[in-house]
Design a protein around this ligand. Sequence first.
Ligand SMILES: *Cc1c(COP(=O)(O)O)cnc(C)c1O
Length: 368
Amino acid sequence: MMRKVRFVDPGRLYQTIKDEIDQAYFDVMTQGDLIDRSQLRDFEKNLAAFVGTKYAIGLNSGYDALHMSLRAAGIGPGDEVIVPAHTFVATCSAVVNVGATPVLVDVADDFNIDITKVEPAITSRTRGIIPVHLSGWMADMQSVMEIANKHNLFVIEDACQSLGSSINGKRAGSWGLTGCWSFYPFKMLGGYGDGGAITTDDEEVANFARRMRYNGEDRDSGEYYGHGFTCLLDNLQAAFLDVKLRHLPSWIARRKAIADRYRQALSDIPDLVLPHYTKPGFDHVYQNYTLRAKQGTVFSEHMKAHGVEVLTQFRKPYYRHERLKLLAGYFPGTEAISREVCSLPMAVEINDDEIDYVIETTLKFFGR
Ligand SMILES: *Cc1c(COP(=O)(O)O)cnc(C)c1O
């Protein structure tokens, strides 16, 4: 019988931490702690400590984190913000939805913003850069910060895929004005529903986000500071996320072990480019194991046909979706990546036998 390897298996992961999750649920339910209670505060404190920032503010999603960060930076109509051409669409949509103009920049071979193309994209209207740390591997933040400081721009890190990643020990989400986080179920730290957060060292930004996520209200004084939103991280989700955050270091170690297994088995296939990069000081946490296969869709279809769930984000770059009405240019790096991307199963709940089956299925495609 053909084997099936799932891309992620949240039910199986739950079984491994069931006692702790059930206890968190029981506590929240019996105490009736539903909105903005100690579980949220505890999780925010622990998340900030993990990332290495003074503050973390729990929000409803990664999108809300980006949106709130842009508002905190005062970015709006007439402003331009630089975003990568290869990313999840939310990075760009947040810019559009505050009335600003996204300026797309191509990505390099590591799937992150091509630093050599950032400065040429800066105009007199540019106010910020949103580098994205894709798949667990950080953008070149030293260079991004240098360019931003030189041109007096805000940096908002889209760190939604890189919790725990770092450069020379300084973690993703602690470099820019804010780091934006998503706890969408399939992220490395995923809730049982939507969730997100901002991390920041800036007290004003922290206060702004805390008020605006709650209709603009300062919860101590009852004073409204502006027309806000409803995008608070759910207290029950915060309790679950706090449980999972305790496991994250060992989960990252497991991800690295899986990545290493793939590397050892697949690195001598000429038609594959594996996501192993050598940049001194950079630490990859493998949110995704996204390789490039010269055979593109033929390869990913082979994997699916043999029962291996793979992801091909994004075969069609977001700027080519006509209804988004983006005045895009041509981004050869992004276009090439889009044709070839294929993410193999990468999750802590996938066991070694399954990883070996993924490897076997890959090797079979190349006649090995
Ligand atoms: C997941 C993700 C987001 C959006 O997160 P949501 O919580 O789904 O809103 C934004 N950017 C990147 C790079 C992501 O991977």
